[in-house]
Ligand binder design. Structure first.
Ligand SMILES: [Zn+2]
Length: 67
């Protein structure tokens, strides 16, 4: 199974509809047809980082800076 965010094949299943990517270090929860990617901070709290509702640049594209 590929990571929702970085498309890497290192997505591990924690439990049903609950995944963790070892490549981008995000934890994913799937709710119906949507997915949510959470960053885990040092204290173990989850912070929503990306989701299927957000637009984001696919991994591998270079970030453009606006001067
Ligand atoms: Zn990933």
């Amino acid at each position: 199974m590929r990571c929702f965010y970085c498309q890497h094949l290192s997505l591990g299943e924690i439990s049903t509809k609950h995944y963790y990517c070892m490549e981008c270090c995000l934890e994913f929860k799937v709710v119906e047809d949507r997915w949510y990617g959470y960053m885990i901070d040092e204290e173990g709290d989850l912070h929503l980082e990306v989701s299927s509702d957000m637009t984001f640049s696919p991994a591998g594209t270079t970030h453009q800076t606006i001067d």
